[in-house]
Every structure is written in structure tokens, then in C-alpha cells.
Design a binder for this molecule. Sequence first.
Ligand SMILES: Nc1nc2c(ncn2[C@@H]2O[C@H](COP(=O)(O)OP(=O)(O)OP(=O)(O)O)[C@@H](O)[C@H]2O)c(=O)[nH]1
Length: 662
Amino acid sequence: MSSSYLQSLLSRAHLSAQSLRGRQPSHPSWLSARTFVGTHTRPAGAAYSKASTELERRIDDVPMERFRNFCIVAHVDHGKSTLSDRLLEITGTIKPGDNKQILDKLDVERERGITVKAQTCTMLYNYKGEDYLLHLVDTPGHVDFRAEVLSSYRSTDSALLLVDASQGVQGSSIANFYLAFAQGLHLLPVVNKVDLPSADPGRALDQMKTNFELDPNTAVLVSAKTGLNVESILPAVIEQAPPPTGSLANPLKMLLIDSWYDNYKGVILLVRIFDGVLKPGDQIINFATKKKYTVGEVGIMYPLETAVSSLRAGQVGYCYFNPGMKQTSEAKVGSTFCHVGFEDTVVPCEGFEEPQPMVFVGAFPVDHSEFAHLDDSIQQLVTNDRSVTLQKESSEALGQGWRLGFLGTLHASVFEDRLRQEHGASLIITSPTVPYKIIHRDGREEIISNPAFFPSGDHEFKQLERLEPYVLATITVPEEYLGKVIELCESNRGTQVEITFWTASQVILKYKLPLAQLVNDFFGKLKGISKGYASLDYEDAGYEKSDIVRLNLLVNKEPVDAISQVMHRSQVMRTGRQWVAKFKEFVQRELFEVVIQAAVGKQIVARETVKAVRKDVTAKLYGGDRTRRMKLLEKQKEGRKKLQAIGRVTIDQKSFQGFLQK
Ligand SMILES: Nc1nc2c(ncn2[C@@H]2O[C@H](COP(=O)(O)OP(=O)(O)OP(=O)(O)O)[C@@H](O)[C@H]2O)c(=O)[nH]1
């Protein structure tokens, strides 16, 4: 995978614009062993331990009324991970400044300073002389990782809604609020970064009251960075948030929240126990697959995997099986497990909604001999991330590969990084495409995620309807950049839905935009024109009819399937010209002329020619004989024509890689 392509994907991703300004990796030191997936091996003894008798005794003594399971939700960069660190320090789960001890983090998270996987930890906290068993989940803030956020909600009963005092409520705060609210979580307002000179906690509280009806009197104002007032958070959680419900006396009912792969133990499951007790040696069954397992070990994340004797109703912890589960595909998140023999008694939990991929790319090995190895690596990563879809694909130009679906371009880019970092993969990635829809005359609907399968010309369009996906984008922007942001949205085929003057200086804009425009560096441009101050969030807004066509690149009349793309007709001319000019740079001169064209169906919209190399066929004639010279040149011309007719230009993988790099 080329790094510049990754960069371009990143710049097109839906990061908060502000998050990209001078960001330092700021991950919780306690990022757990869960981040080990694929072929990673954990340093022996580093990540596992057995809870001390004292810890076990304290946990056993806590009744369920004194459990609190909560997550932290916020917009990107508002300080979730920093606050999580502080809470772990306060509860003595980690020592202050312990960061360097725990190096077990995803490289990609550390490099980019973003949370990709939800992280989870159990804490014990003594409040007014009594122990409380707390379970904390730090969730990713980026919209691309929302599937992670949603499954985290299922392991908790309440959420700290964290808002940056200087930025106030932003796009993702709103989206995450509604998601948490819809899940029935109890919400506790927290205003962070009150230490900043630009902090305006009063405004943030007002916004939370107006928009979410959250009572400012219940809010906690903190600085996660300096630790100011952080000690007030846990008492607020204990007093305001509800304990989990469930019964120890009922048969076991547990929900699978997440899973990851360990080279020694097989698949490890993160589970929430709704009813009953789970112990090593128990025989359990998966409702979905009907497969039975014997429990090998159970434990809590503290913050690393720490074995305990049992997990009780209300707790969140891990378990693995003996013999170990080998395939993560057997551990579909959202599945319910119960003890063998209780399948008819226990009512399974509601499953998780399957996330729908928004962006697709084709991936092909640079070196074909790597295919089998890469296939294994991709399978491992895909089974760890339920929001990635995978299909085999074959391209005439690039050979065998895969079509991968992601929740957004950042998600795609992080996946590529992980493949490269954790599996040493080298890939050619095609331009991202969104899922288009066609409706055939007989009413049959078809989603097309590979441009090569999109109908190619106007004659075919008469037989069907073409639709493209739209999103409702929520953009939060300071008023001084409003004009430029509106211009950007309009020039990206956007339709204004709502404009709200949020505070004296902040505006919230809602625009309906084609998803394809959003994928095409919309965020990078938004970031540029707002000097990094705008933030973006979006949600699915369904399909609409659109004059979308497939642009093909032809080399000597042969279409190059790896490069074709579906786009709005208004973009065809400009893109076509760019394509042919750029592709010319990668075509070697041949003994015959090479014609590069961009076309929609039969209509050619741009053309470039790579002139033939003229071999000096008359070199061996020393002067004189003009007729002989003409004869030879004539023969050469004939030969060229023949070559041109049969000549197929060979374009190597490196050239495709070069072309597909932005
Ligand atoms: N001044 C100040 N900076 C803070 C505070 N809390 C966090 N930060 C900084 O804000 C940046 C983002 O903090 P994170 O904790 O990574 O934010 P996050 O919400 O976990 O980010 P994502 O997981 O990527 O969504 C880091 O540079 C932190 O040091 C605070 O209370 N005051």
C-alpha cells in the first residue's frame, strides 16, 4: 500500500478538522490486550494475570446494586481517552504515569492518535466506605467507527456525554447523544478542558440543556488533562447512573460484545452477563450457531486480561474456550450464549444491527505470489471487524484480489494501515466507490459496489433507473467561514436542509450531499477552507435518482477495468481529461501508437496519444538509394499498422499503483 494513497485517504476521511491540527498521540495507557489481533503475539506473561485473592475477594463482596457499567461518548478529540486514563488512576487500576509499561496498542492508533476500537476496563472504587464495581468503556469518536460505539452501548447502562468547553457541542456529540438516548442509556453531562483559556463551560452547559435537555445542575466540570475536579465524576456516576438489572438466580444469559484472536488461546470473547453466572468448565451454547463449547477461563479486563473464578450477572468480562475457538467467524458479535440444556428457557438478547458499508475499494497484491498469504491476513482482520465486508474479485488488469466494504474512508485507511503494519502487506487499492443502486424494468433492485458491473451506456440506461446514495451531513463551523462552507456544499451537489445559529459564533449546517462527494476529499476541502475549525458528521439519507454514468479508461480501445469509475455526468469531462493526461505518464512508448481514451459508453470524452518509437530501419543503408529507403519506411508503416491492430499494451502493476496514487 502506498503511503501517499493512505495519506490521501486520510485527508478525505471524516476526522474532525480540528483533530488534525497539531495532534499528538494521546491514547490511554491502559489500552488493553484486546488490540492484539491477527498474527500478533503477546509478550509472555505481559498481558495475562490472575486476579489476586484480595482483588477477587473485594469483587465477590460487591452486590449487583453496586455495579455501574458506563461508557464515555463524545465528539472526536474532546478528551475521552485522557479522561479514561484519569479514572483508571483514581481507582488505582493503573499507576499515574504508568503509560510506558503497557505498550500493547494498535500501531495505527498510536500513530494517528485516534481510537479505532472501543476499549474496556473494570475498576474497583471505594465510595463512602463501600466498594463499587465499575466497568468503563472508552469509545471511538469518529463516525467511521460507529459500529464499535453501538456495540459498546450494549455493554453499558449509562454514558458520560463529554463536551469540550472551548468547542461546545459538535456534530458527533449530537449523533452520539441520539444513539445513546435511543439505546436507553442514562446520560451524565461532563464538560471537559475547562483549563483552556478559550473554555466557555457555561455555553457548553446551555447547549446541552437546549439540545439534549440535560440538567446543568447534574453536570461535572473537569480538566482531564490537569486532573482538575475529575474526582467528582465517579461519585456522580454512582449517585446518578442506574446499576445493571438481571438475576444471579436465573439461567446464564450472556451477550457477545466483541472478540479478538490470540495465538495461544484462540478466539477470546468479550461478554456481558445479563443473568446467571459463568465459570470455567461450564458447557455453553451459541444460540445463533448452535455450537457448544467448554469454558476454559473467565476474567475481567483490569486493564489487561485478568483471570477470575467467575463472572456474575451485571458484569462485563472475557472468556475463552477449551479447546479454543479457532474461527472468529464463530463468534459473531451480538450473539447470545446460555448453558447447554437451557436453550428453551432463555430468551436470547436482541442481535446487533449489521452496519452497512458506505465505501468500497478493490484490493490487489502488488506481487501475485503473495495472494494466499494476503488472503489469510485479510480474513483475520475482517473477522475481527464486523463492519468490514469482503468478497473475492478478479480484474483483467490487476489479477485476483478482493472487494472490501468500509463504513468510511478513514475506516478503509485504518484497515490498510493495519494490513501493512500487522501483516506486512503490499497492495494496490483502487479508487473508493460508493454503493450505487439500479432498478431494473421488472422492479428488481441491484446494489453495485464494483464500477465494472455498472451499465455502461445510454442505451442500457433506458432499461433501468439509476440511483446514488445520499447522506445528511451535519457541519459545525464558526460563522466567519459559513459562506465558504456553503459554497463548498453547493459545489458538491449539496442541498441545504437546515441552518442553525448555535451560539454567537457557531453555526450548525445540515446539508444533503451525495455520499460520492463526501468520499471525494470533501472533508479535506472543508478542513482547508475553515482553517481546521469545521467538524463533520453524517448519517445515511437513502437513495435518490441521479444521472450517474460509468467512465471507462481505454488503452488502444481496450477498457482497463481497474480504473473505471461511476460518477455524476457533470464530472465526466474534467475527470476524463485528468485520467488520460495522468495515465499517459505511465505508458511506455511502443513500436506502435498507443491511444488513451476516456469514454462513457461509446462517447469519447478525452484522448491522449503516446507516439510510436521510430526505429531507424534505414540505418544500414549508407547514403544514396532513395527508393530503397522509401520502400523500407513504407514496410515499417505497414508493420506498425499490424502491430497496432493486435498490439495490447502491457501495463505493469507499478504503473497502476502510480496512477491510483493521488
Ligand atoms: N487542555 C486540555 N487538553 C485536553 C484535555 N483533555 C484532553 N485534552 C487533549 O485533547 C486531545 C484529545 O484527547 P483524547 O483524550 O485523545 O480525545 P478522544 O476524545 O479520546 O479522541 P478520539 O478517541 O480520537 O475520538 C489530546 O491532545 C489531549 O491531551 C483537557 O482537559 N484540557
